[in-house]
Design a protein around this ligand. Structure first.
Ligand code: C5P
Length: 400
């Protein structure tokens, strides 16, 4: 998987830098071309001669090569890379990356890189536990970077705790797995709807629901990490996603979501209808705020919203898979089976409000996938990211 891939190995000034030599060897053995970029502090821990001998390329550390004055282009390097791996990543480099402090070659290269970035933090336990480090790591995660969590164990300070850089073999496996996963669904196009819809009553009020969008976003991210191109049609949510293969189209109401979904469905191999679409919208929108002083008991008349899943079910062509979600409080399986038929779905992901820690707002979910023929596949309560992986695995089997 890594044969011929261009990997930038970023090394910073931590004692774990000695392990980067093993990591470098693993990449080279796998057939990758590795360019080492090291910070000035990193050079205090490991000599560039060792790294250039093993990588077969001069190590880059400064913006200019001192004796020739040649400029090391971080932009070209950033574009050359298929992956950038920063191991070890110190608290200082993580903070610079999180905040765009481009005062060395490694951070400027990071800021120019379009490729996936893997960050393996390494530092003392107290530094790792500091809220500043946690916040910076969260920022990197929000940029779409992959954080390879440090392990717990004895540290260079002889203290014991979390902060040891993950072992080179494990860092290598994460990168290798990333590339093999990204090939799984390459060439497939997927539509995902997510989040709630808001149906306007007047300029300041709407009908909404508790959907956080977390499940739909996790599914979109899982598809993208397997190499699929994803269109994510999202209602108003507080979360963001940052993946180069996900195109987010933000909408507000069910009608808007419906128009976009119909337009995007053509050309898709799969559509996963994860949005909690409002069933009803106010019959009319009141242009000015409804005033309490002027209206004692206002009556809100509602009209039915379009059923997006059912509309896509009508448009569905032979090769397309249409997956729905169902949230039921009673008679779950029967209702789910009925929904599969009514909306012409291929299968439905059922989650029950009866399950604690499932559904709205929480980070876990427990689902059962029900097929057209009634076959039910039950899964354990898991983090939504893992539930998304189960769902995508199931869809992948049906697609191939
Ligand atoms: O009928 P019910 O709302 O229970 O169906 C749930 C499934 O249908 C979900 O996949 C949901 O995203 C989809 N749906 C839709 N448009 C609606 C209502 C539900 O796409 N108006």
């Amino acid at each position: 998987m890594l044969k011929g891939k261009h990997v930038i190995l970023g090394i910073t000034g931590g004692i774990a830098a000695y392990k980067s030599v093993s990591l470098l060897r693993l990449f080279v053995k796998a057939g990758a071309e590795v360019q080492v970029v090291i910070t000035p502090a990193g050079r205090e821990f490991i000599t560039p001669v060792t790294l250039s001998a093993l990588s077969g390329r001069p190590v880059i550390s400064e913006f200019f090569t001192a004796n020739t004055g040649a400029w090391n282009s971080h932009v070209d390097l950033g574009l050359w890379a298929d992956a950038m791996v920063i191991a070890p990543a110190t608290a200082s480099t993580i903070a610079k990356m999180a905040n765009g402090v481009a005062d060395n070659m490694l951070v400027t290269t990071y800021l120019s890189a379009k490729a996936p970035v893997f960050v393996a933090p390494a530092m003392d336990l107290d530094m790792f536990a500091h809220p500043s480090t946690s916040r910076n790591i969260e920022l990197l995660r929000s940029y779409g970077n992959h954080i390879i969590q440090p392990a717990a164990g004895e540290l260079a300070s002889h203290l014991v705790g979390k902060g040891r850089m993950e072992e080179p073999e494990n860092i290598f496996s994460v990168v290798e797995r990333f590339f093999s996963l990204s090939a799984e669904l390459a060439g497939k196009k997927v539509l995902v709807t997510a989040g709630p819809t808001y149906e306007r009553i007047d300029p300041v009020r709407f009908i909404g629901n508790y959907s956080s969008g977390k499940m739909g976003y996790a599914i979109a991210e899982e598809f993208a990490s397997r190499g699929a191109e994803v269109v994510l049609v999202s209602g108003p949510v507080a979360i963001t996603c940052n993946h180069p293969r996900i195109r987010v189209i933000s909408v507000e109401s069910a009608t808007q979501m419906c128009d976009v979904a119909i337009k995007e469905f053509d050309g898709c191999d799969v559509a996963v209808m994860c949005a909690a679409v409002a069933d009803y919208a106010p019959e009319e929108y009141v242009e000015h705020k409804i005033k309490r002083e002027k209206t004692d008991n206002p009556v809100l008349r509602l009209k039915k919203n379009p059923d997006i899943a059912a509309k896509l079910g009508e448009l569905k062509k032979g090769h397309q898979l249409l997956v729905g979600f169902a949230l039921e409080t009673d008679n779950e399986t029967e209702n789910a089976k009925d929904k599969i038929k009514r909306k012409n779905l291929d299968f439905i992901v059922l989650n029950s409000l009866a399950d604690k820690n499932s559904c709205f707002g929480v980070d876990t979910n427990k689902v059962t996938i029900i097929e057209r023929n009634g076959d039910a596949h039950r899964y354990e309560l898991k983090p939504k990211k893992e539930v998304a992986a189960d769902i995508v695995d199931f869809i992948k089997e049906k697609l191939c």
